[in-house]
Ligand binder design. Sequence first.
Ligand SMILES: C[S@@+](CC[C@H](N)C(=O)[O-])C[C@H]1O[C@@H](n2cnc3c(N)ncnc32)[C@H](O)[C@@H]1O
Length: 314
Amino acid sequence: MDIRAALKEGMAQLRAAQIPSHTLAAELLLMHALGRDRAWIYSHPEEFVDPAPAEKFLALVARRAAGEPVQYLTGKQEFWGLEFEVTPAVLIPRPETEHVMEVALARLGERGIKIHMDTGAPREKLHVADVGTGSGCLAVALAWELPHAEVFATDISAASLEVARRNATRHGVAERIHFLQRDLLTGIENTDPSREGARHAMPALADGAALFDLIVSNPPYLARSEAAHLQREVRDHEPHAALFGGPTGIEMYQRLIDQARDLLRDRGILVLELGHDSAEHVRGIFDAQAEWTKVAITMDLAGIPRVLAAECVR
Ligand SMILES: C[S@@+](CC[C@H](N)C(=O)[O-])C[C@H]1O[C@@H](n2cnc3c(N)ncnc32)[C@H](O)[C@@H]1O
Protein backbone atom coordinates (compact mmCIF):
# COMPACT_ATOMS: atom_id res chain seq x y z
CA MET A 1 0.00 0.00 0.00
CA ASP A 2 1.37 3.45 -0.90
CA ILE A 3 0.71 6.76 0.88
CA ARG A 4 -2.08 7.77 -1.47
CA ALA A 5 -3.89 4.45 -1.04
CA ALA A 6 -3.47 4.53 2.75
CA LEU A 7 -4.91 8.03 2.96
CA LYS A 8 -7.79 7.14 0.66
CA GLU A 9 -8.59 4.04 2.71
CA GLY A 10 -8.46 5.98 6.00
CA MET A 11 -10.72 8.73 4.66
CA ALA A 12 -13.20 6.20 3.29
CA GLN A 13 -13.45 4.36 6.62
CA LEU A 14 -13.89 7.58 8.59
CA ARG A 15 -16.45 8.94 6.13
CA ALA A 16 -18.40 5.68 6.37
CA ALA A 17 -18.37 6.05 10.17
CA GLN A 18 -19.71 9.63 9.76
CA ILE A 19 -16.72 11.18 11.47
CA PRO A 20 -16.71 14.98 11.16
CA SER A 21 -13.65 16.40 9.33
CA HIS A 22 -12.77 12.87 8.18
CA THR A 23 -10.14 14.08 5.67
CA LEU A 24 -8.25 16.06 8.30
CA ALA A 25 -8.54 13.18 10.79
CA ALA A 26 -7.11 10.67 8.28
CA GLU A 27 -4.23 13.04 7.46
CA LEU A 28 -3.37 13.63 11.12
CA LEU A 29 -3.45 9.92 11.93
CA LEU A 30 -1.27 9.04 8.92
CA MET A 31 1.19 11.81 9.83
CA HIS A 32 1.29 10.39 13.36
CA ALA A 33 1.72 6.76 12.25
CA LEU A 34 4.54 7.68 9.86
CA GLY A 35 6.15 10.39 12.00
CA ARG A 36 5.99 12.75 8.98
CA ASP A 37 4.42 16.14 8.36
CA ARG A 38 1.65 16.97 5.91
CA ALA A 39 4.02 18.42 3.28
CA TRP A 40 6.00 15.17 3.19
CA ILE A 41 2.88 13.05 2.87
CA TYR A 42 1.53 15.04 -0.07
CA SER A 43 4.88 15.17 -1.81
CA HIS A 44 5.40 11.37 -1.57
CA PRO A 45 2.07 9.87 -2.70
CA GLU A 46 3.72 6.82 -4.28
CA GLU A 47 6.02 6.00 -1.38
CA PHE A 48 5.45 2.48 -0.05
CA VAL A 49 4.14 2.34 3.53
CA ASP A 50 5.90 -0.39 5.55
CA PRO A 51 3.61 -2.99 7.12
CA ALA A 52 4.16 -1.84 10.73
CA PRO A 53 3.15 1.84 10.23
CA ALA A 54 0.38 0.78 7.85
CA GLU A 55 -1.04 -1.49 10.54
CA LYS A 56 -0.63 1.23 13.17
CA PHE A 57 -2.45 3.73 10.92
CA LEU A 58 -5.38 1.40 10.24
CA ALA A 59 -5.67 0.62 13.96
CA LEU A 60 -5.82 4.36 14.73
CA VAL A 61 -8.44 4.86 12.02
CA ALA A 62 -10.54 2.10 13.56
CA ARG A 63 -10.31 3.74 17.00
CA ARG A 64 -11.24 7.13 15.56
CA ALA A 65 -14.16 5.52 13.71
CA ALA A 66 -15.28 4.11 17.08
CA GLY A 67 -15.35 7.61 18.58
CA GLU A 68 -11.95 8.33 20.17
CA PRO A 69 -10.86 11.94 19.57
CA VAL A 70 -7.90 12.39 17.22
CA GLN A 71 -6.00 14.29 19.92
CA TYR A 72 -6.03 11.31 22.31
CA LEU A 73 -4.79 9.11 19.46
CA THR A 74 -1.95 11.41 18.45
CA GLY A 75 -1.34 12.59 22.04
CA LYS A 76 -1.19 16.27 21.19
CA GLN A 77 -3.12 19.49 20.72
CA GLU A 78 -1.99 23.02 19.96
CA PHE A 79 -2.98 25.84 22.28
CA TRP A 80 -1.78 29.45 22.05
CA GLY A 81 0.75 28.39 19.41
CA LEU A 82 2.31 25.81 21.73
CA GLU A 83 2.02 22.04 21.38
CA PHE A 84 0.57 20.29 24.44
CA GLU A 85 0.66 16.63 25.34
CA VAL A 86 -2.86 15.36 25.96
CA THR A 87 -3.95 12.03 27.41
CA PRO A 88 -7.43 10.80 28.36
CA ALA A 89 -6.66 12.12 31.87
CA VAL A 90 -7.04 15.72 30.66
CA LEU A 91 -9.54 17.82 28.77
CA ILE A 92 -8.40 18.55 25.21
CA PRO A 93 -7.67 22.31 25.17
CA ARG A 94 -10.30 24.17 23.15
CA PRO A 95 -9.76 27.16 20.86
CA GLU A 96 -12.33 29.23 22.81
CA THR A 97 -10.15 28.95 25.92
CA GLU A 98 -7.61 31.13 24.09
CA HIS A 99 -10.05 33.99 24.80
CA VAL A 100 -9.18 33.56 28.49
CA MET A 101 -5.55 34.22 27.54
CA GLU A 102 -6.46 37.22 25.41
CA VAL A 103 -8.61 38.81 28.09
CA ALA A 104 -6.10 38.15 30.89
CA LEU A 105 -3.20 39.62 28.91
CA ALA A 106 -5.28 42.60 27.79
CA ARG A 107 -6.30 43.36 31.39
CA LEU A 108 -2.68 43.14 32.56
CA GLY A 109 -1.67 45.33 29.59
CA GLU A 110 -4.25 48.00 30.47
CA ARG A 111 -2.75 48.11 33.93
CA GLY A 112 0.70 48.82 32.46
CA ILE A 113 2.01 45.43 33.46
CA LYS A 114 4.39 44.50 30.67
CA ILE A 115 3.66 41.17 29.10
CA HIS A 116 7.13 40.60 27.67
CA MET A 117 10.28 41.12 29.64
CA ASP A 118 12.12 42.18 26.49
CA THR A 119 9.64 44.94 25.72
CA GLY A 120 9.97 46.80 29.00
CA ALA A 121 11.73 47.09 32.29
CA PRO A 122 11.49 44.09 34.61
CA ARG A 123 8.86 44.57 37.24
CA GLU A 124 8.18 42.88 40.51
CA LYS A 125 7.07 39.28 40.40
CA LEU A 126 3.50 38.61 39.33
CA HIS A 127 1.55 35.92 41.18
CA VAL A 128 -0.87 33.99 39.02
CA ALA A 129 -3.22 31.06 39.75
CA ASP A 130 -4.81 28.69 37.23
CA VAL A 131 -7.65 26.73 38.83
CA GLY A 132 -8.46 23.34 37.26
CA THR A 133 -5.35 23.34 35.10
CA GLY A 134 -6.01 20.07 33.21
CA SER A 135 -3.28 19.78 30.56
CA GLY A 136 -1.76 22.95 32.02
CA CYS A 137 -2.54 24.88 28.85
CA LEU A 138 -3.46 28.17 30.58
CA ALA A 139 -0.76 27.94 33.27
CA VAL A 140 1.97 27.12 30.76
CA ALA A 141 0.87 29.69 28.17
CA LEU A 142 0.67 32.39 30.86
CA ALA A 143 4.09 31.50 32.27
CA TRP A 144 5.45 31.56 28.71
CA GLU A 145 3.90 35.01 28.03
CA LEU A 146 4.79 36.48 31.41
CA PRO A 147 8.44 35.78 32.18
CA HIS A 148 8.11 37.56 35.53
CA ALA A 149 5.15 35.44 36.67
CA GLU A 150 5.12 32.66 39.22
CA VAL A 151 2.12 30.42 38.60
CA PHE A 152 0.18 28.20 41.01
CA ALA A 153 -1.79 25.62 39.05
CA THR A 154 -4.32 23.45 40.87
CA ASP A 155 -6.39 20.45 39.88
CA ILE A 156 -8.41 17.87 41.76
CA SER A 157 -6.97 15.18 39.51
CA ALA A 158 -3.46 13.91 40.28
CA ALA A 159 -3.29 12.29 36.83
CA SER A 160 -3.93 15.58 35.05
CA LEU A 161 -1.30 17.34 37.16
CA GLU A 162 1.27 14.81 35.89
CA VAL A 163 0.42 15.71 32.28
CA ALA A 164 0.48 19.42 33.10
CA ARG A 165 3.92 19.08 34.70
CA ARG A 166 5.28 17.42 31.58
CA ASN A 167 3.83 20.22 29.45
CA ALA A 168 5.49 22.83 31.64
CA THR A 169 8.82 21.03 31.27
CA ARG A 170 8.36 20.74 27.51
CA HIS A 171 7.96 24.50 27.24
CA GLY A 172 10.72 25.42 29.66
CA VAL A 173 8.50 27.00 32.33
CA ALA A 174 8.41 24.22 34.96
CA GLU A 175 10.64 26.23 37.30
CA ARG A 176 7.96 28.92 37.60
CA ILE A 177 4.85 26.77 37.98
CA HIS A 178 3.80 24.98 41.16
CA PHE A 179 1.35 22.17 40.51
CA LEU A 180 -0.88 21.47 43.47
CA GLN A 181 -3.62 18.92 44.03
CA ARG A 182 -6.44 20.97 45.46
CA ASP A 183 -10.19 21.44 45.52
CA LEU A 184 -10.19 24.76 43.60
CA LEU A 185 -7.92 27.06 45.71
CA THR A 186 -8.79 25.57 49.08
CA GLY A 187 -5.94 25.99 51.56
CA ILE A 188 -3.55 27.31 48.92
CA GLU A 189 -2.22 29.85 51.40
CA ASN A 190 -0.99 26.94 53.51
CA THR A 191 0.99 25.21 50.77
CA ASP A 192 3.88 23.30 52.25
CA PRO A 193 6.55 23.41 49.56
CA SER A 194 8.46 20.46 50.96
CA ARG A 195 5.43 18.17 50.89
CA GLU A 196 3.69 19.25 47.73
CA GLY A 197 6.45 19.70 45.22
CA ALA A 198 6.04 23.47 45.17
CA ARG A 199 9.52 24.83 44.67
CA HIS A 200 9.12 27.94 46.80
CA ALA A 201 7.01 28.99 49.73
CA MET A 202 3.78 30.76 48.80
CA PRO A 203 3.87 34.54 49.01
CA ALA A 204 3.02 35.27 52.61
CA LEU A 205 -0.44 36.20 53.68
CA ALA A 206 0.82 39.22 55.59
CA ASP A 207 -1.80 40.92 57.74
CA GLY A 208 -4.55 39.30 55.72
CA ALA A 209 -3.16 40.82 52.50
CA ALA A 210 -4.16 38.73 49.54
CA LEU A 211 -1.98 36.64 47.32
CA PHE A 212 -2.65 36.84 43.63
CA ASP A 213 -2.45 39.46 40.89
CA LEU A 214 -4.34 37.26 38.46
CA ILE A 215 -6.54 34.17 38.80
CA VAL A 216 -7.78 32.37 35.69
CA SER A 217 -10.01 29.33 35.41
CA ASN A 218 -11.86 27.25 32.89
CA PRO A 219 -13.88 25.28 35.44
CA PRO A 220 -16.03 22.26 34.67
CA TYR A 221 -19.31 23.94 33.72
CA LEU A 222 -21.65 21.43 32.12
CA ALA A 223 -24.77 20.24 33.89
CA ARG A 224 -25.10 16.49 34.48
CA SER A 225 -28.34 16.61 32.53
CA GLU A 226 -26.42 17.79 29.45
CA ALA A 227 -24.50 14.50 29.22
CA ALA A 228 -27.04 12.94 26.88
CA HIS A 229 -26.67 15.81 24.40
CA LEU A 230 -22.88 15.77 24.21
CA GLN A 231 -20.96 14.39 21.25
CA ARG A 232 -19.85 10.84 22.01
CA GLU A 233 -16.20 11.93 21.58
CA VAL A 234 -16.66 14.22 24.57
CA ARG A 235 -19.06 12.18 26.71
CA ASP A 236 -17.36 8.82 26.32
CA HIS A 237 -13.71 9.89 26.25
CA GLU A 238 -13.01 13.15 28.08
CA PRO A 239 -12.71 13.07 31.90
CA HIS A 240 -16.06 13.71 33.56
CA ALA A 241 -14.38 15.70 36.34
CA ALA A 242 -13.31 18.15 33.63
CA LEU A 243 -16.76 18.42 32.10
CA PHE A 244 -19.45 18.40 34.76
CA GLY A 245 -19.66 21.16 37.34
CA GLY A 246 -22.53 19.61 39.31
CA PRO A 247 -26.27 19.12 38.87
CA THR A 248 -26.78 22.51 37.18
CA GLY A 249 -23.24 23.14 35.93
CA ILE A 250 -22.80 26.45 37.73
CA GLU A 251 -21.95 25.17 41.22
CA MET A 252 -18.20 25.65 40.82
CA TYR A 253 -18.48 29.34 39.96
CA GLN A 254 -19.91 30.47 43.28
CA ARG A 255 -17.21 28.71 45.31
CA LEU A 256 -14.46 29.84 42.98
CA ILE A 257 -15.56 33.49 42.97
CA ASP A 258 -15.83 33.47 46.80
CA GLN A 259 -12.31 32.06 47.09
CA ALA A 260 -10.89 34.46 44.49
CA ARG A 261 -12.38 37.44 46.37
CA ASP A 262 -10.38 36.38 49.43
CA LEU A 263 -7.16 35.60 47.57
CA LEU A 264 -6.77 38.44 45.06
CA ARG A 265 -4.73 41.52 45.86
CA ASP A 266 -6.33 44.95 45.58
CA ARG A 267 -7.09 45.42 41.86
CA GLY A 268 -6.31 41.74 41.29
CA ILE A 269 -7.93 40.29 38.17
CA LEU A 270 -10.20 37.25 37.85
CA VAL A 271 -10.81 35.78 34.39
CA LEU A 272 -13.29 32.92 34.00
CA GLU A 273 -14.37 30.89 31.02
CA LEU A 274 -18.18 30.63 30.88
CA GLY A 275 -20.43 27.76 29.90
CA HIS A 276 -22.62 28.45 26.87
CA ASP A 277 -25.61 29.54 28.99
CA SER A 278 -24.05 30.50 32.30
CA ALA A 279 -23.18 34.20 31.70
CA GLU A 280 -26.26 35.65 33.34
CA HIS A 281 -25.99 33.53 36.46
CA VAL A 282 -22.25 34.07 36.87
CA ARG A 283 -22.61 37.81 36.33
CA GLY A 284 -25.24 37.79 39.09
CA ILE A 285 -22.72 36.36 41.56
CA PHE A 286 -20.36 39.29 40.87
CA ASP A 287 -23.18 41.83 41.09
CA ALA A 288 -24.08 40.50 44.54
CA GLN A 289 -20.57 41.05 45.96
CA ALA A 290 -19.43 44.63 46.61
CA GLU A 291 -15.73 43.82 46.10
CA TRP A 292 -15.97 43.42 42.32
CA THR A 293 -15.57 46.15 39.73
CA LYS A 294 -14.94 46.39 35.97
CA VAL A 295 -17.01 43.26 35.34
CA ALA A 296 -17.08 42.62 31.59
CA ILE A 297 -18.05 39.72 29.37
CA THR A 298 -16.33 38.88 26.07
CA MET A 299 -18.00 36.94 23.25
CA ASP A 300 -16.31 34.08 21.43
CA LEU A 301 -16.15 33.80 17.64
CA ALA A 302 -19.56 32.10 17.63
CA GLY A 303 -21.09 35.10 19.47
CA ILE A 304 -21.49 33.18 22.74
CA PRO A 305 -20.62 35.05 25.99
CA ARG A 306 -17.45 33.10 26.76
CA VAL A 307 -15.19 34.95 29.18
CA LEU A 308 -15.97 37.06 32.22
CA ALA A 309 -13.30 39.28 33.73
CA ALA A 310 -13.47 41.39 36.87
CA GLU A 311 -11.24 43.30 39.27
CA CYS A 312 -11.31 42.92 43.01
CA VAL A 313 -11.19 46.08 45.12
CA ARG A 314 -10.49 46.06 48.82
C1 LIG B 1 -12.86 22.28 31.87
S1 LIG B 1 -11.39 21.50 32.46
C2 LIG B 1 -10.20 22.77 32.06
C3 LIG B 1 -8.80 22.25 31.85
C4 LIG B 1 -7.85 23.31 31.30
N1 LIG B 1 -7.72 24.44 32.21
C5 LIG B 1 -8.32 23.79 29.95
O1 LIG B 1 -8.79 24.94 29.87
O2 LIG B 1 -8.23 23.04 28.97
C6 LIG B 1 -11.63 21.64 34.21
C7 LIG B 1 -10.49 21.09 35.07
O3 LIG B 1 -10.87 21.31 36.44
C8 LIG B 1 -10.53 20.17 37.20
N2 LIG B 1 -11.40 20.15 38.37
C9 LIG B 1 -12.65 19.66 38.51
N3 LIG B 1 -13.13 19.88 39.73
C10 LIG B 1 -12.15 20.52 40.40
C11 LIG B 1 -12.03 21.02 41.73
N4 LIG B 1 -13.03 20.90 42.60
N5 LIG B 1 -10.88 21.62 42.09
C12 LIG B 1 -9.85 21.74 41.20
N6 LIG B 1 -9.91 21.29 39.94
C13 LIG B 1 -11.04 20.69 39.54
C14 LIG B 1 -10.71 19.00 36.26
O4 LIG B 1 -9.98 17.88 36.70
C15 LIG B 1 -10.25 19.61 34.94
O5 LIG B 1 -8.87 19.38 34.77
